[in-house]
Structures are given as structure tokens and as C-alpha cells.
Design a binder for this molecule. Structure first.
Ligand code: TYC
Length: 102
């Protein structure tokens, strides 16, 4: 188990590995212009937070500059970032949302 040897005698794997997909943190960044209530709305709408959770997290970003709002697979993280950036742009707010590998 964990070691394969093909017809040419090449060892292609020596260590048994379980496959876990990499996870990505989605971050929201502070800025001076996006209204607090807009950020709260974004956190409720795209990240499923309650109003009080969203308000608390918004204040954390406001005070500290950045916060992780969730951890997702690459595909889900990419979708969330795109949804937030698109929503902010449509409302002409400079809110920034990014992702980074955990
Ligand atoms: N700093 C903004 C303000 O004072 C509020 C804000 C919070 C903006 C969090 C972005 O990610 C953010 N209106």
C-alpha cells in the first residue's frame, strides 16, 4: 500500500497520502469610505453571518485593518471574492476583498 511500481520499474509513490484540497482564507480590508452598514450587509448576504456577527466583524476590520471572513475551497473563495468585488463596484464603494492560501 502506498507504493506503486509500473511496467518500467519506476517507483511513482513511496508514501501513502490522503487527499485534502487546499483551503483559502477570504479577507475583507478596511478603507476610509465604504459605509459601515454596507460592509455589514455584505457580510450577511455573501457569508451568511447574523446581523450581530456581521456588525462585530465589520468593527474588527474597521479597527484592525483586515479580517478573515471565512475559509473555503479555491472555487468557493474565488466566487465569494468576485461577488463582493462586483457588488461593491456596482455601489461605487472601494471595499476590497481578497483571498490567500491558508
Ligand atoms: N472604515 C469604514 C468607515 O469608517 C468602515 C469599513 C469597515 C470599511 C470595514 C471597510 O472592510 C471595511 N466608514
Amino acid at each position: 500500500d502506498g507504493k506503486t511500481d509500473d511496467d518500467a520499474g519506476v517507483i511513482t509513490r513511496t508514501k501513502p497520502r490522503t487527499k485534502r484540497p487546499p483551503l483559502y482564507k477570504v479577507l475583507i480590508l478596511n478603507d476610509d469610505y465604504t459605509p459601515m452598514e454596507f460592509v455589514v450587509h455584505v457580510l450577511e448576504r455573501f457569508f451568511g453571518l447574523s446581523h450581530s456577527q456581521a456588525f462585530e466583524l465589520m468593527l474588527t476590520v474597521h479597527k484592525k485593518g483586515v479580517a478573515v471572513v471565512g475559509v473555503f475551497s479555491f472555487e468557493v473563495a474565488e466566487t465569494k471574492v468576485g461577488q463582493v468585488m462586483d457588488f461593491a463596484r456596482r455601489h461605487q464603494h472601494p471595499l476590497q476583498c481578497t483571498m490567500e492560501k491558508e
